[in-house]
Ligand binder design. Structure first.
Ligand SMILES: Cc1cc2nc3c(=O)[nH]c(=O)nc-3n(C[C@H](O)[C@H](O)[C@H](O)COP(=O)(O)OP(=O)(O)OC[C@H]3O[C@@H](n4cnc5c(N)ncnc54)[C@H](O)[C@@H]3O)c2cc1C
Length: 489
C-alpha cells in the first residue's frame, strides 16, 4: 500500500490520541461531542464541511425560513373574501438575507466551533475515514492526520444528495438542496425531480415566490411514504396553486444549453425550465468512509446499530466494544447514516443514547415505535408511527378513523386554507393507536397530541374520554376517534 492509496496512514503529518473521536458533526455529533467533552473526556471532532451538519446550513432551518416566508405570501393571498383586499408582491431578497445573516452566518460555523472548543473539544476540519479499528485518518488543508481513539469512535457523517444516473445530467449545473438554499434569486421556472418531502416542500415554496413549477416523481404519487390520502390532497392543492405534477414517470434524459434545462421523461415528453432541482433521495457513501477497515460491507446503504447505537457488524458481532484502554475503542453511529429516520430529532435522540453508553451511564435504549415526522408543506403533513399500509405489512389487524379538517368547527371557522384531515391507525387486537397522520394548518403541531398517544401506547377508549378544547384543530382527533369506534371493518 502506498501513501496515496485510500486506507493508507503512511505519510501522516502527525498522529494523535483522544478518548473519543466524533467523525462527522451533524446535529447529534455536535451535541454528543460537546457533552462528552464537558464530561471530562478528550474529544476530537472531525468535520469536512460545517460543524452542525446539513440541518442548520442547507436543511431544516433555512428551508423552514423559506417556507415561513412563502406561507406568509399564501396567507396574504387568502385575505380577499375573508378580510378585505391585499396586494401580495413576493420579494426574495429578505428571505435570502435572513438565511445568509440569521440562519447560517453566511455559511460560517465559527460560533459552533467556538462553542465546541469552549467545552474542551478539539476540532479538526477535514474529511476523515476509518483506517483501522479505533483509528481515523483525516485529510486536512494542512496535511494528513491520524487520530487514534482510546475509548470510542462515534460516526455521524449523515447523507449527501443522491444523484440518479439520468443521461446527460452529470456535468450540468443542476441544483441540489444546497444550491436551492443558497440561491439569491428565484428562478423563472423550475423542474423539481423528486416529489418526496424535500422536493414537495421546496416546490410549493418556490412556486409561491413566482417560479413556474413542475414536480416529477417516479412513484405513483407524491410523498409516497405517507398515507395515500395525504398524497392525493397535496396533489390537488399543488394543482390549485398552479404547480404541474407528473407522477409515475421517470426522467430519461437531461440537456442544458447554457441557459436552461430540457428534461425528457420516460414516456417521451420534454419539459423545459431555467433550473433543475434534484431531490431524489440521499446517500450515505460508506465506501469513502472506509468502513471496510472495520469489517462493514462498503456496499451497504446504512450502518447497522443496536438499540444503544453500537455498530453491529455483519454476523451480529459488536464492533470491538471494549470501550476502554485495554478492550480497545468501540464504534458507535448515529443520525441519517443509521437508516432509522433521516431527521434531526432522530440524530439528537440517538446522540443522547450513544453519549450515555460511551460514558457507561445506562438509561433507556432506543425505541422508534412513535417516531414522528413532519413535511412542512401547506397544509403541514405530520405522521407518527405506522401508516395503515405499514401496519398491515407488519400483520397488524387495523381499524382506522378519519375526519376532514373542513368538517370540524375550527376548520369551518378557518375557511381559506383549511385543507386537511386526521387519520388514526389502531391495532385492533390491542385497542391502541400505532400510528396517525395529521394534515392541516399547523398539522405538525396537532401531531404532538397524537405522538403522545402513540408513544404512551394509549388505549383508544381512554383517549376518547379526553376533553378536547373547543374549537381547536386538535379537537378533530375526537371526531376521528368517534369514526374509528364506529368502524367495525
Ligand atoms: C432540505 C432539507 C430539509 C430538511 N428538513 C428537515 C426538517 O424539517 N426536520 C428534520 O428533522 N430533518 C430535516 N432534514 C434532515 C436533516 O437535515 C438531517 O436528518 C439532520 O441534519 C441529521 O443528520 P445527521 O445527524 O445524520 O448529520 P448531517 O446533518 O448530515 O451532518 C453530517 C456531517 O458529517 C460531515 N461528514 C460527512 N462525511 C464526512 C467525513 N468523511 N469526514 C468528516 N466529516 C464528514 C458532513 O460534512 C456533515 O456536516 C432536512 C434535510 C434537507 C436536505
Amino acid at each position: 500500500m502506498t501513501a496515496d492509496q485510500p486506507g493508507s496512514t503512511r505519510g501522516a503529518d502527525s498522529a494523535e490520541e483522544a478518548d473519543v473521536v466524533v467523525l462527522g458533526m451533524g446535529p447529534g455529533g455536535e451535541y454528543a461531542a460537546g457533552c462528552l467533552a464537558e464530561a471530562g473526556l478528550s474529544v476530537v471532532g472531525v468535520e469536512a464541511r460545517l460543524l452542525g451538519g446539513e440541518c442548520p446550513y442547507w436543511g431544516c432551518v433555512p428551508s423552514k425560513m423559506m417556507i415561513r416566508a412563502a406561507d406568509l405570501l399564501a396567507e396574504g393571498r387568502r385575505i380577499p373574501g375573508m378580510a378585505g383586499a391585499a396586494t401580495v408582491s413576493p420579494d426574495w431578497r429578505p428571505v435570502a438575507r435572513r438565511i445568509r445573516d440569521e440562519a447560517t452566518d453566511n455559511w460560517d460555523d465559527k460560533v459552533a466551533v467556538d462553542r465546541f472548543t469552549g467545552k474542551g473539544g478539539r476540532f479538526v476540519r477535514g474529511r476523515g475515514r476509518l483506517t483501522a479499528p479505533g483509528e481515523i485518518t483525516v485529510d486536512t488543508a494542512g496535511g494528513r492526520r491520524v487520530i487514534r481513539a482510546r475509548r470510542a469512535i462515534l460516526i455521524n457523517t449523515g447523507t449527501a444528495p443522491a444523484i440518479p444516473p439520468v443521461d446527460g445530467l452529470a456535468g450540468t449545473p443542476y441544483w441540489t438542496n444546497r444550491e436551492a438554499i443558497e440561491t439569491e434569486k428565484v428562478p423563472g421556472s423550475l423542474i423539481v425531480l423528486g416529489g418526496g418531502s424535500i422536493g414537495a416542500e421546496l416546490s410549493q415554496m418556490f412556486a409561491r415566490f413566482g417560479a413556474r413549477l413542475t414536480v416529477v416523481e417516479a412513484a405513483e404519487r407524491l410523498i409516497p411514504m405517507d398515507e395515500p390520502e395525504a398524497s392525493a390532497l397535496l396533489a390537488e392543492i399543488f394543482g390549485r396553486e398552479g404547480i404541474t405534477v407528473k407522477v409515475g414517470t421517470a426522467a430519461a434524459g437531461v440537456r442544458y444549453d447554457g441557459h436552461g434545462f430540457a428534461l425528457t421523461l420516460a414516456g417521451g415528453e420534454t419539459l423545459t425550465a431555467d433550473r433543475l432541482l434534484v431531490a431524489t433521495g440521499r446517500k450515505t457513501g460508506l465506501a469513502e468512509l472506509g468502513v471496510a477497515a472495520v469489517g462493514i460491507d462498503p456496499r451497504a446503504r446504512v450502518i447497522d446499530v443496536d438499540d444503544r447505537m453500537r455498530v453491529v457488524l455483519p454476523g451480529g458481532d459488536p464492533a470491538g466494544h471494549g470501550a476502554g484502554p485495554d478492550g480497545g475503542a468501540g464504534l458507535w453511529a448515529i443520525g441519517d447514516v443509521t437508516g432509522k429516520g433521516a431527521f434531526t430529532h432522530v440524530s439528537m435522540y440517538q446522540a443522547d443514547i450513544a453519549m450515555r453508553d460511551i460514558l457507561g451511564l445506562g438509561g433507556p435504549s432506543a425505541d422508534y415505535h412513535a417516531l414522528p415526522r413532519v413535511t412542512f408543506t401547506d397544509p403541514e403533513i405530520g405522521v407518527v408511527g405506522l401508516t395503515e399500509a405499514q401496519a398491515a405489512a407488519q400483520g397488524i389487524a387495523v381499524r382506522t378513523g378519519f375526519t376532514d379538517v373542513p368538517s370540524t368547527t375550527r376548520g369551518f371557522i378557518h375557511k381559506a386554507g383549511n385543507d386537511g384531515f386526521i387519520k388514526l391507525i389502531e391495532d385492533r387486537g390491542r385497542g391502541v393507536l400505532v400510528g396517525a397522520t395529521s394534515v392541516g394548518p399547523w398539522g405538525g403541531e396537532v401531531l404532538g397530541a397524537l405522538a403522545v398517544a402513540v408513544h404512551g401506547r394509549m388505549d383508544t377508549e381512554r383517549l376518547a374520554q379526553m376533553i378536547f378544547a373547543y374549537p381547536t384543530f386538535h379537537r378533530g382527533i375526537e371526531a376521528a376517534l368517534q369514526d374509528l369506534r364506529s368502524n367495525q371493518r
